[in-house]
Design a protein around this ligand. Structure first.
Ligand code: CMP
Length: 134
């Protein structure tokens, strides 16, 4: 089915100047960028976005990292977009990410892992609405 998913290019990848390289991967996989916004997240926005992880030990480091510089936020649309984007990203921990994935190629650590992508269609709808409204 045609789906939408929320993607964030994180501060590490924006600082490395690889927004275009990552966009090319989306486009070559058939994912269309249907909304985009570059933004410096406030602490409140980052905490709200990652509210599901609030009780995790890594929450503070995650929020600190996500507000450390601008991020590029986009909604991607295409056939099977949620899973397709997760395949393009690779595993959360770049050390475990398959060769040729975005995280294997551009990420340095589990926090500075280059990109975020929604993990399910329902989560994607919530995450897209969080940044782009309806
Ligand atoms: P992301 O897909 O943006 O969702 C939550 C983020 O928390 C994740 O990518 C990682 O960057 C970060 N994180 C840090 N430590 C962990 C961990 N142990 N498990 C999952 N995510 C982690």
């Amino acid at each position: 089915a045609i789906e939408r998913t929320l993607s964030i290019i994180k501060p590490d990848a924006v600082a490395k100047n690889v927004i275009g390289k990552i966009y090319t991967r989306f486009e070559e996989a058939g994912l269309k960028i249907v909304a985009a916004q570059m933004k410096q997240l406030t602490r409140e926005e980052a905490e709200g976005f990652y509210a599901a992880h609030k009780e995790r030990g890594f929450f503070k480091d995650l929020v600190d990292f996500m507000v450390s510089g601008p991020v590029m936020i986009q909604a991607l649309e295409g056939e099977n977009a949620v899973l397709k984007n997760r395949e393009l990203m690779g595993a959360t921990d770049p050390k475990k990410a398959d060769k040729g994935t975005i995280r294997a190629d551009f990420a340095d650590s589990i926090d500075a892992n280059a990109v975020h992508g929604s993990d399910a269609v329902e989560a994607a709808a919530v995450e897209i609405a969080y940044f782009f409204g309806k």
